[in-house]
Each structure stands twice: as structure tokens, then as C-alpha cells.
Design a protein around this ligand. Sequence first.
Ligand SMILES: C[S@@+](CC[C@H](N)C(=O)[O-])C[C@H]1O[C@@H](n2cnc3c(N)ncnc32)[C@H](O)[C@@H]1O
Length: 238
Amino acid sequence: MVDAYAAAAQYYDLLHAEQSAARAHAMLAAAEVRHGILDLGAGTGSVFATLAAEIPDVPIVAVEPSVGMRTALYARLAADPALRARTTVLPETAERYASAEFADLALCLGTSPAFPPPYRPDIWERVRTALVPGGLFLLDEPQLTEPVAQEPRELGRVAVGTHTVVGSVRGEPAGQRQWWEYRYTVLDAEGEVLSEEETEFYTWPVSPDELRTELADAGFVVKDDIAYEGGTLIQALR
Ligand SMILES: C[S@@+](CC[C@H](N)C(=O)[O-])C[C@H]1O[C@@H](n2cnc3c(N)ncnc32)[C@H](O)[C@@H]1O
């Protein structure tokens, strides 16, 4: 299987640390965790690791299909033995994930647009099954309701020693799907390009209301959104 996140993984925390911290703090204000956390598409683990530092010592299940992302995730766990002891990593997609109830917080951040529409209802049901009664499911509000041309834009730039890592993204409609290209450029101290890598993948645009309806159909009670600097979270209660 092609790992669409392989190129992104090495730079992910460098470019997204601020957004991950903002999301985690918005979640901490909304959720009281006493049983466990399920993170679908956990990436490098940056969000759940921030949460874990602030909550009781509950088990965490991180579902992450990308080898590249898991490499960064396992490196994070290797550097934090206490987090390693409580985190189980499942190298699979959300479509294949199933569990009995154990969690009172489930997360799906930056990931739900990757789920093909026919699979989404089943995934929501599985999340619901993994939650204890009263458990909370938090997802990013989708930003793209239909495929749209996206001009190239910079995601961020970060100094690493004498070099600078620059991330950028562009997109195009591709039928019902959205095509994305993420580009990572490393510049030397003089601003000359040292390396350039791209990765491409597709997502399925969905409107926030459609997503809320799907969650309600799966048995969740959809509550008021949580707005934070940089985005909005949909909250669905089991
Ligand atoms: C944009 S990253 C977000 C990572 C992390 N949730 C965060 O907010 O930092 C999307 C993640 O979703 C994962 N992903 C893609 N398709 C998936 C699927 N079908 N099931 C579970 N995870 C998936 C990717 O491997 C990637 O790690």
C-alpha cells in the first residue's frame, strides 16, 4: 500500500505543533476523561500526548495506518515510558477498527475527510460502540463541502539548525473527490533549495450538516460546536 503520509510524517510535528496544542487545550476544556481515549488517525500522537499529560492515567488506543506517521508516533512513545505503557497502537484504518466500550473520549482530527462516504456510517457506529455511555466524540468541522480548486498556500516554515523547512499545499477537484498535493521544501542558510518532496492524496468533501446528520443517525446526540483559535470541533455524545 502506498503511504501517502510518508513525506509528510517527518515534518508533521514541526509544522503542526501549534495547531495540535490549540486543539488539545480546547478538548481539555470540554471533556473530563476518566476511562480511556480512542484516537482515529492519531498521526504522530501529538494531540493525545498533550491530553495524556493533563488527565488521569487511562488507556489510549491510537489507530494509525501510515508507517511514516507511526514511526514518529513510536518515537514519541519511546521518549516517554509512562505514555508508552498506556498507549496501544493499532496499525490499521478506521474502517477496520472495532472494539468493545472502553473510552469516554474519541477523537478524529484531520482524518474524517479521508473516509470514503459509504464507510462513514459504519465507522461512526464503531466509534459509538467503543465509547462508554456519556462518552464524547470530537471531530474537526469539515472545511471543504465540495471539491474546489485551491491555490497553493504555505502551511508554515520552521527553522531547524541553519535550515528552514517550508510546507505548502494545493488542491484540485477530482470528480466527487478533492485532490491534494502537499510539498515540503528544505532551504539552506542562503535560501537555496536543498530538497523537495511531494505527496498526494484524495479526500471526500462533506458538509458539516451532513456529518452531524450522519452522527445523529448513528445514535449520537450532537451538541454545540467547540470553537477554538484555528478551527471548530463537532461534539457528539453517546
Ligand atoms: C492530517 S493527519 C492528522 C493526524 C492527527 N489526527 C492530528 O490531528 O495531528 C491525518 C491522519 O489520518 C490518517 N488516516 C488516513 N486515512 C485513514 C483511515 N482510513 N483510517 C484511519 N486513519 C487514517 C493518516 O495516516 C494521518 O496520520
